[in-house]
Design a protein around this ligand. Sequence first.
Ligand SMILES: Nc1nc2c(ncn2[C@@H]2O[C@H](COP(=O)(O)OP(=O)(O)OP(=O)(O)O)[C@@H](O)[C@H]2O)c(=O)[nH]1
Ligand SMILES: [Mg+2]
Length: 250
Amino acid sequence: MSQAAILPHATWVPERGSTSTLVVLPTYNERENLERAVRAVREVGYDVLVVDDSSPDGTADLAVRLAEADPGVHLMVRPGKLGLGSAYVEGFRCGLEQGYEYLVEMDADGSHRPEHLAEIVGTAQRTGGLVIGSRYVRGGSVSGWGWNRKLLSWGANVYCRGLLGLRARDATSGFRCYPRALLETVGLDRVVSQGYSFQIEMVYRSVRHGFAVHEVPIHFEDRVAGRSKVSEGEVRKALLAVLLLRLRGV
Ligand SMILES: Nc1nc2c(ncn2[C@@H]2O[C@H](COP(=O)(O)OP(=O)(O)OP(=O)(O)O)[C@@H](O)[C@H]2O)c(=O)[nH]1
Ligand SMILES: [Mg+2]
């Protein structure tokens, strides 16, 4: 995007940057974390699209400054908190329109270390499948979480694996890479998850369409600053969404 500005997302038209990989960073109140995340991704050499849901803390103002200073940083601002899944759907749609070949999910809160990016993207390039940065394969780890947060993450994975027959150890991880062909085959228009169940739905749909799912180990750290957006309500919604996915199929 040559001239960064806060525009209604429907009229936002970025120019494709210099790389074939776009890292989508969804943000809701990540003002304290965003600059660090954007700089780290840019150092690896990938373009960035921030999808901000009009965060009350002014994350978008900071994102405008970052986008103005760097043509590899783009911004989409949406009118309100519309959910993590829908942020990725809109971000990916935009990235595909701009010609990017590899679309990456990454949290903006410092939990996902940029040094894992090259392996995650490289594995997607090599295999053509979905690649998940996984906390629960050999070599992966989680630090900074209490037992209750660990239990929630572990329980969510057991539930999804059991209900949907997924073999991925970390189906809820939000650090991953999709090749263009996968997203085009799966069809972003068919995705029903607005919130956190997006992660699980995308693994399920990828498998159902015959794409391989690979996991590469990551070291996950608790967010650097700010608060988690995973509320009890969000968890309940996600668990129900997975159940509906099971009942309806894809
Ligand atoms: N645009 C947008 N971003 C969101 C929304 N909900 C969460 N995010 C962002 O998505 C990323 C992941 O959200 P987190 O709250 O960190 O959730 P999490 O990483 O699954 O869980 P924690 O480990 O508890 O932080 C962060 O960068 C959030 O700011 C949303 O509704 N819209
Ligand atoms: Mg987080």
